[in-house]
Design a protein around this ligand. Structure first.
Ligand code: IPT
Length: 972
């Protein structure tokens, strides 16, 4: 039996114990004087919290997860299910427990001061000892814990600090988020000193009229509040007025408080520059606590933004404007360091999001690293700040379990106390996926009283009834609601709350179909204001292939453009030998694990375009789609792409337009008579350096069609096309003749939505072609083939004729009625090796699919074949280009082939057959074929979002019946 009371109490299975010896959370900025305790600590990993540490130590990096630092306890991925079977509040006996220890040399200059230890984050229970003496306990894995160690630390002396971190606990049951389980101390550790009389909290409130109010709390650590102390404040160079003196009397009821003083400062800023995500104007506020002689005992710096959030009717207003929330859900993530993320990395996340038109972040599903909010203030993002509560697996039991009541209120209140001064935070969230119970209402009650300036949301409450005002959610914030349901609600007359989806458009693998349809509905339906895409990251952890270990920090530089270097791969669930896991569901972000944007990011950028272009009778109309800014920060250039005439550009002048305004402008070019189909693009870039990108960064490329194509049939010439006795085209540049294709390597949506299984049952993945007839007449070769499927035979006819410069192929496929939802209808062929560059006229350059193609501009594009392929973590259908009219595939010596499509088609050119992709579990298993695999699809099923959310909408499905397509193949 241990004599250590911290261990004896078994706080890891006591949800009532949220902390012991921990200081209240506050918003005071504690940067100096401080001693960083980051770096190497002595470390040992015990099999459970009751095990005694031995004499053998290794070392571990702080901050950092031990699961990524060479221990035998590896990352473990589960989504909703807990990784073990114990019911709340119990945890398993095998419970990795990390003991971190180091000496701390307390500065002699800190004599007489109050000394505090801050542990930035520890998963999931933190026990603190100094020189063997127990001093504190904390839970709440994503917020800091501060402990006043003045009584046990002597300045000038060396002490031993031990931080014991127990991985599994009662708290794990409410930290059951969809992410990797790790263990460790994941944010910085420091020791700081204050005067015994110190600023205990600072609360900043602003109004749009320039009013600033600062409420300061002052505490005395060891006695009553003496006379003569005061608080002052300065906003940039502007002095604040002291409205109430620092007083130990509580103003409202006149009671005396011995140790707590309160003071209010205020000012009114003339011509205040308002904070918005578009115009993140910040002021610097310094609050100082003075001793009676005027010297400064404590100070705190805050960046202040003047803005107001309000719900009026069913609209969420920022500074009186109904804004759109173009959001994404973001976890703290890094492929080498897990939840330990550097300031530079967080800045890079946000700069990237800015460049792709996002203006909002949901901190899913816990308060993100504090730096993230500083950066969101600075770069301009609206944040939904979410408490660290997800009881997913046992949600129903826990939501009403009084043993967890304290934890709910603790977690919500600590988030608010930390983050309340950030202008970026416009909405509080009570957590995620935890059903709805009395514990939520208790937390909501605390929150509403403490911060009446912001709305709160909670999906678990809102889902019971999007409109019921009694539920703990001021926002109707569903997840993955079909867009039709959102529109119907907005039109029903029953809507009472803004509708902003907390999660939508699940970005797993090749996904995000119908994002543009969502936004078309949002922008045309009052009551709809946007949502947060699920999610930012593919959480692939860089793993060494030879020994299956996480690469950790040693893996720096071992990846590029979304792909892990040879010898490494992106690990997902199950790759670390987890028995219970949820596989590749952890890879569902709009960026790869190294932050390389997936193609959907480009479509999002166009959907969010601040400048729009439309046809306006004979001319054009340009409009400003921002909420708060004019267009002066933007520059632009026209470009005209002619199908048969290349591209020409001309400088563009953006009209002087306020938010929401539009103006007619003349056509910048006289349209040449020849050249065929014509598209005009306004390429919009930043006119000056921005905090998130240099001058010249592309912002959007809105486009209009000026002239439709004039279809001309190729001219037949005498001669016959070479077709073998089996009806297959013989061609010097093809290693495999065009045959029918109805299948694609299932996307994650196809797999989880059940389509892949149906296609397999129908036999579409192993179609066998049977030539039925080969007719040669009049220089024309007609081939009839049949493909047996589980839903009846598919008939496929190809007619080959010789035309100027090549071969024309006219194709017809007839799908039996039962085959009502296939992946594609088109031809697949393979080329000789060496044709490595694709030039095409069509949509691009980004990968696009029928339901993920809006705003992807039509033009002349060129890319190496290798770059057409998107390296989704689990290989699947990839690399498609929508709306392709023609292309050439060529070798460096300009030899090769060209294909003209009678109608725009979905085309893909890769080095992989669909079955190659379907057979691989990780990208590194793929072996490129020497030649190209080319798909020409008359129809291609939309991508949808069926891995979590609505399947492909019916308008993007492929009907049974007859499909025609034709194309002309030429040699260059
Ligand atoms: C929803 C979760 O909130 C999120 O964490 C993630 O798991 C997402 O789904 C899917 O990737 S919950 C789901 C049951 C709708």
């Amino acid at each position: 039996m241990t004599s250590d009371p911290l261990i004896a109490l078994r706080p890891w299975e006591a949800p009532e114990v949220t902390s012991w010896g921990r200081l209240p959370m506050n918003a005071v900025d504690r940067r100096s004087p401080a001693l960083s305790l980051d770096g190497e600590w002595r470390f040992q990993l015990l099999p459970g919290p009751l095990a005694e540490p031995g004499p053998q130590w290794s070392s571990a990096q702080v901050p950092g997860a031990w699961t990524l630092q060479g221990t035998d306890d590896l990352p473990w991925y589960t989504n909703a299910q807990m990784p073990w079977g114990e019911f709340p509040p119990a945890s398993p006996e095998a419970n990795p427990t990390g003991v971190y220890e180091r000496e701390v040399d307390v500065p002699a200059g800190w004599a007489g001061r109050r000394i505090v230890l801050q542990v930035g984050a520890a998963e999931s229970v933190l026990l603190v000892h100094v020189d063997g003496q127990p001093v504190g306990v904390s839970k709440d894995s994503h917020l800091a814990a501060d402990f006043d160690l003045s009584a046990v630390l002597r300045p000038g002396a060396v002490h031993t600090v031990r931080l014991t971190v127990v991985k599994w606990s009662d708290a794990s049951h409410i930290e059951d988020q969809d992410q990797w389980w790790h263990g460790g101390i994941t944010r910085p550790v420091l020791l700081y000193a204050t005067d015994p009389l110190y600023l205990a909290d600072v609360t900043v409130r602003t109004r749009l009229d320039g009013e600033l109010r600062v409420d300061c709390k002052v505490r005395h650590a060891s006695g009553p509040l003496p006379e003569g102390w005061c608080v002052t404040g300065e906003l940039d160079t502007h002095l604040l007025v002291q409205d109430t003196e620092l007083d130990r009397f509580n103003e409202e009821d006149g009671r005396v408080s011995d140790f707590l003083g309160e003071a209010r400062l205020s000012t009114v800023v003339d011509d205040v520059r308002a904070w918005t995500a578009e115009t993140p104007e910040l002021y610097g506020l310094t609050v100082r606590l003075h001793r009676p002689d005027g010297t400064v005992a404590d100070s705190s710096f805050h960046r202040v933004g003047f803005r107001e959030v309000e719900i009026r009717g069913r609209d969420l207003l920022l500074n009186g404007e109904r804004i759109y929330i173009r959001g994404v859900n973001r976890h703290d993530f890094h492929p080498l360091t897990g939840r330990t993320v550097s300031h530079a990395d967080m800045r890079a996340d946000l700069e990237l999001l800015k460049r792709f038109g996002f203006n909002a972040i949901r901190a899913a599903h816990y308060p993100n690293d504090p730096s993230l909010l500083d950066l969101a203030d600075e770069l301009g993002f609206y944040v939904v700040d979410e408490a660290d509560i997800e009881a997913h697996d046992h949600a129903h039991e826990i939501a009403d379990d009084p043993r967890y009541l304290g934890a709910f209120v603790d977690r919500v209140s600590r988030m608010v106390l930390r983050d309340k001064n950030h202008p970026c935070v416009i909405i509080w969230s009570l957590g995620n996926e935890s059903d709805y119970g009395a514990n939520h209402d208790a937390a909501a009650g605390w929150l509403r009283r403490h911060d009446p300036t912001r709305p709160l949301q909670y999906e678990g409450a809102a889902k019971l009834d999007w409109a019921d005002p009694a539920l703990a959610s001021d926002i109707a914030c569903p997840m993955y609601a079909p867009v039709e349901d959102c529109v119907a609600h907005a039109l029903s007359g029953d809507q009472t709350k803004p509708l902003i989806q907390c999660e939508y458009s699940h970005a797993m693998g090749n996904s995000n179909g119908t994002l543009a349809d969502h936004w078309a509905a949002i922008e045309s339906t009052p009551g709809l204001q946007g949502g947060f895409i699920w999610e930012f990251w593919d959480h692939g952890i860089l793993q060494r292939v030879n020994d299956g270990r996480p690469a950790g920090r040693a893996g720096t530089g071992q990846y590029e453009n979304g792909v892990a270097a040879p010898g490494y791969r992106w690990a997902y669930g199950g790759d670390f030998g987890e028995v219970i896991h949820d596989g590749v569901f952890i890879a569902d972000g709009v960026v790869f694990p190294d932050r390389t944007p997936k193609p959907v990011m480009y479509e999002h950028r166009e959907i969010a375009a601040p400048v729009r272009l439309t046809r306006d009778r004979g001319g054009l109309r340009i409009s400003n789609h921002q909420h708060f800014q004019d267009l002066r920060w933007l520059a632009a250039e026209w470009s005209l792409a002619l199908a048969d005439g290349g591209t020409r550009t001309a400088p563009a002048e953006l009209p002087d337009l306020g938010p929401g305004e539009s103006a007619s402008v003349p056509l910048p070019f006289a349209l040449p008579e020849n050249g065929g189909e014509a598209w005009l693009t306004l390429r919009v870039t930043t006119a000056e350096d921005q905090s998130w990108g240099p001058r010249g960064t592309e912002v959007c490329v809105p486009q209009v069609r000026l002239r439709a194509p004039d279809p001309v049939d190729p001219v037949r010439v005498p001669g016959e096309v070479e077709v073998d006795d089996d009806g297959l085209l013989v061609h010097p540049l093809l290693t495999s003749a065009p045959v029918l294709s109805l299948w694609r390597a299932p996307t994650d949506n196809d797999e989880l939505g059940g389509m892949a299984a149906r296609w397999h049952d129908w036999g579409l993945d192993t179609l066998v072609r049977k030539a039925v007839a080969v007719r040669r007449e009049d220089g024309r070769v007609t081939v009839l083939a049949e493909y047996a499927t589980g839903a009846g035979p598919v008939r496929h006819e190809q007619v080959f004729t010789r035309v100027e410069g090549g071969v024309r192929v006219e194709e017809t496929a007839v799908l039996p009625d039962g085959l009502d939802d296939v992946a594609r209808v088109g031809s697949v062929l393979e080329t000789v090796a060496g044709l490595d560059v694709l030039e095409w006229f069509g949509q691009g350059p980004w990968e696009s699919y029928p339901d993920r193609s809006s705003g992807v501009p039509v033009g002349h594009h060129t890319l190496p074949v290798a770059e057409l392929f998107t390296p989704y973590l689990r290989p699947q259908e990839s690399g498609g280009r929508h709306g392709v009219r023609r292309f050439t595939l060529s070798a460096p010596d300009a030899t090769g082939l060209s294909v003209d499509l009678a109608e725009p088609c979905q085309v893909s050119v890769t080095r992989y057959r669909a079955e190659d992709l379907a057979a691989a579990a990780h990208h590194d298993e793929l072996v490129p074929r020497p030649g190209c695999v080319v798909h020409l699809d008359a129809a291609h099923r939309g991508l949808g979002t069926a891995s979590c959310g609505p399947d492909t909408s019916p308008s993007y499905l492929i009907a049974a019946g007859t499909h025609h397509w034709s194309w002309t193949l030429r040699v260059l």
